[in-house]
Design a protein around this ligand. Structure first.
Ligand code: MF3
Ligand code: CO
Length: 290
């Protein structure tokens, strides 16, 4: 990181002198670092222009999920959902981020019932009454990434599954309440796992959220089983996802040996996940994609 002079132009692109812009902000971060906190590199703090780019990408992500919400029902295959996602993305001049990402073969993840995440759409998988399904959409527009996911209940689902889906959504709200500058990601992680446990559920440990914006997955890795006051310091300009996977049974998971992607609950019980993409602002947070 280059050390700026007080009269140099600020690194954030504001056009102001450093001393009038981010100089005291950088000093504050440095104080936290000296006290032993994990602090974000400057590269993780998005400029105004980058935030505009991410928002434009997120707008498409939201449009796609709104379309899925209107059309998903029993009898639809996950392959059809993949086609919807691909078509709307491309119509908007964007690219589906999952497609060919580390070999992922489709444009979206569709994860049903005991599938925790990274389910691969297939013409053989037909949604049926009583299923709960996560549709996880990620978009690249002009090099800017967005990522969010929602749960859908197909027809009438059991009260147990319905409650799981609702509590998983409430976990997002509980987590968001902890997102503010000069707090720690662990504050959010602890609030989420305590809330999930209070409701009789467990939280997946091995898979978490991530920084996002200029890449699909940036620093930091975001855990939802972390402890208050630990993990990275939250600073205005950081963008990351909140996407806890909430299990009805035990937290243990395994990955499909054949496709190397699909993540299942070890005990075969259902799992639910919602995902939002948030920006840390001067006084709290802004949801970019949901
Ligand atoms: N949207 C998922 C995430 O939250 C993407 C997983 S990678 C994929 O990171 F290739 F499966 F899409
Ligand atoms: Co994500």
């Amino acid at each position: 990181m280059m050390k700026l002079g007080r009269n140099d132009l600020c690194w954030c692109g504001s056009g102001l002198k450093y001393k009038k812009c981010h100089s005291s902000f950088d000093e504050k971060i440095e104080e936290y670092r000296l006290k032993g906190a994990i602090v974000p590199d400057r590269e993780l703090l998005k400029t105004k222009e980058q935030i505009e780019g991410i928002k434009a990408s997120a707008k498409i992500n939201i449009e796609i999920l709104d379309y899925v919400a209107e059309h998903i029902k029993a009898g639809v295959t996950t392959e059809e959902i993949d086609q919807w996602v691909y078509d709307i993305t491309v119509k908007n001049g964007a690219i589906p981020a999952p497609l060919n990402y580390e070999g992922f073969p489709k444009s979206v993840c569709t994860s049903i019932n005991n599938v925790v995440c990274h389910g691969i759409p297939s013409p053989d998988v037909v949604l049926k009454e009583g299923d709960i399904v996560n549709v996880d959409v990620s978009t690249i527009l002009n090099g800017y990434f967005s990522d969010s996911s929602r749960m859908f209940c197909i027809g009438v689902v059991s009260p147990e599954k319905k409650r799981l889906v609702e509590v998983a959504k409430e976990c997002i709200q509980v987590g968001l309440e902890q997102v503010k500058p000069w707090g720690f990601l662990g504050d959010m992680g602890q609030a989420i796992h305590e809330f999930a446990h209070k409701n009789g559920y467990t939280v997946v440990r091995e898979i978490g959220g991530h920084g996002i914006g200029l890449e699909f997955h940036e620093e930091p890795w975001v855990s939802y089983v972390s402890r208050k006051g630990t993990e990275m310091l939250m600073v205005p300009g950081m963008v990351f996802t909140i996407e806890p996977m909430i299990n009805m049974g035990g937290h243990e998971i395994y990955i499909d040996e054949e496709d190397d992607w699909t993540v299942y609950t070890e005990d075969g019980k259902p799992s639910a996940q919602w995902e939002v993409q948030v920006l840390v602002t001067e006084d709290g947070y802004e949801i970019l994609a949901w």
